[in-house]
Design a protein around this ligand. Structure first.
Ligand code: KE4
Length: 429
């Protein structure tokens, strides 16, 4: 593979864009090397600026579940753009997509659209605090809910895990209201609740973690959180920015049969354009401006162009009863194929998968939380990443990310991917 044009573009990008990228993970810091610049994408394939072709397993970190440049979605965008892209006024298509999401997703009556997953989760927390009149929140180590201050917090050294900022610019004043529990560990949650009686407004989590690699909830974890929230009058917030419309039409709520009080969306809901959203019951959403006292706003929120993309993609998903079966079958085929080879070659690894979210960890231990994910973050991942890239397979440039399969992938693509893993496996010993 030649990366001349990408290298030149990256050099130029760094003059006017911090780190040459508009989102840090794209800079390849975790795996080294120069990020590739994508020229175009179609279906399951990316073409970079040097003309190299890749089978794609990032899909813009989840949104492109149908594959890139899906004709019906592209046409919906073109058609809408010809009538104007944003008015800052209500439009019918916002009604249509809101109605559709409320139909597809359980336990919600109303939805507010915003422009990113960060905005969705940030607004959901504010709504929970306004509704419960309590200030503290619990999040989980290793879960990512976007870059708003309340979430850029790491477990403090304190025994009851008070939060500490994990980025300069986040104040200790903010950090003190975010408490950190361990994923898949109900006891760690209960300890924090009991040490902060009647102070916790909400627990927010990725119902299937996707930012430590893919980590499924262990049996009983989500139901246990629901019970703790009911017992202690705490709102349960599912951050379904990744899992929404990815693991099932109704997301993780449907898949696990556990109801959240507020659900956050992003990625797929925008069909590849910038859309986030948060949704809840009429009662909780009645607290949101302009009807209620909790303020939240956005110039481009619900803009018709992004709504057209999201509405088109969600409609296709809603009318394709076999979509998740096809996606899950492909993900299972890939997982089994890769695992059989790595096992036969004696590589130390484990894989995690829920539906079409998948990750490989170069450790023989199971990865069930952030501590075990960190143990698996070793020198093998960068080798694996670059060998795959060199052989035309594009996966996430970090062991703390998930793969996202698209319906455009064929079994031939999967076989090629498995064959590349076999070809490079000796470098993983
Ligand atoms: P955005 O603000 O990036 O749209 O969404 C934030 C967010 C919220 N919740 C979850 C569960 C998420 O995964 C994300 C964003 N995901 C990352 C991938 N790990 C986006 C990639 C990036 O940061 O460039």
């Amino acid at each position: 593979m030649i990366y001349q044009r990408s290298s030149a573009l990256f050099k130029e990008a760094q003059k006017h864009i911090p780190g040459g990228v508009n989102s840090p993970v794209r800079a390849f810091k975790a795996v080294g090397g120069t990020p590739i610049f994508i020229k175009e994408a179609k279906g399951a394939y990316l073409i970079d600026e040097d003309g190299n072709k890749y089978i794609e397993y990032i899909n813009s970190w989840g949104p492109m579940i149908l594959g890139h440049s899906y004709p019906a979605v592209v046409n919906a965008i073109i058609k809408k753009a010809q009538k104007g892209t944003s008015f800052g006024a209500p439009t019918e298509i916002e009604n249509n997509i809101a109605k559709l999401v409320v139909k597809m997703v359980p336990n919600i009556d109303q939805i507010r659209f915003v422009n990113s997953g960060t905005e969705a989760c940030m607004s959901a927390i504010r709504l929970a605090r306004g509704y419960t009149k309590k200030e503290k929140i619990i999040k989980f180590s290793g879960c990512y809910h976007g870059h708003s201050d309340s979430f850029l917090i790491q477990a403090g050294s304190g025994s009851i895990t008070y939060g500490e900022p994990n980025s300069p610019g986040v104040t200790h004043g903010t950090a003190k209201d975010t408490l950190i529990a361990q994923y898949n560990n109900l006891k760690s949650v209960e300890n924090i609740i009991l040490s902060n009686k009647n102070e916790i407004s909400a627990i927010i989590l990725e119902p299937i973690a996707g930012n430590m690699g893919c980590i499924p909830p262990v049996d009983g974890f989500l139901k246990g959180l629901r019970k703790l929230c009911d017992k202690h009058n705490i709102l349960l917030i599912f951050d379904e920015v990744m899992t929404g419309f990815r693991v099932a039409k109704g997301g993780a709520q449907e898949l696990y049969g556990v109801s959240a009080d507020i659900v956050c969306f992003g990625k797929i809901i925008g069909g590849g354009l910038p859309v986030g959203a948060f949704a809840s019951t009429n009662k909780i959403m009645s607290y949101l401006s302009p009807n209620g006292p909790v303020y939240q706003a956005g110039t481009l929120s619900g803009n018709p162009l992004a709504m057209a993309a999201g509405f088109s993609m969600l409609n296709i998903i809603d009318n394709d009863p076999e979509l998740y079966q096809r996606l899950n079958k492909k993900a299972d085929y890939l997982d089994v194929g890769i695992s059989e080879i790595l096992k036969r070659k004696g590589v130390k690894f484990s894989t995690n998968r829920v539906g079409s979210m998948f990750s490989i960890h170069f450790t023989e231990h199971n990865v069930t939380d952030f501590d075990s994910a960190k143990k698996a973050d070793n020198s093998f991942f960068p080798i694996f990443f670059h060998q795959m890239l060199k052989n035309g397979i594009y996966i996430a440039p970090s062991s703390y990310e998930s793969w996202f399969l698209s319906d455009a992938l064929t079994f031939k693509d999967l076989d090629k991917t498995i064959a590349v893993v076999e070809k490079i496996s000796s470098k993983l010993l």
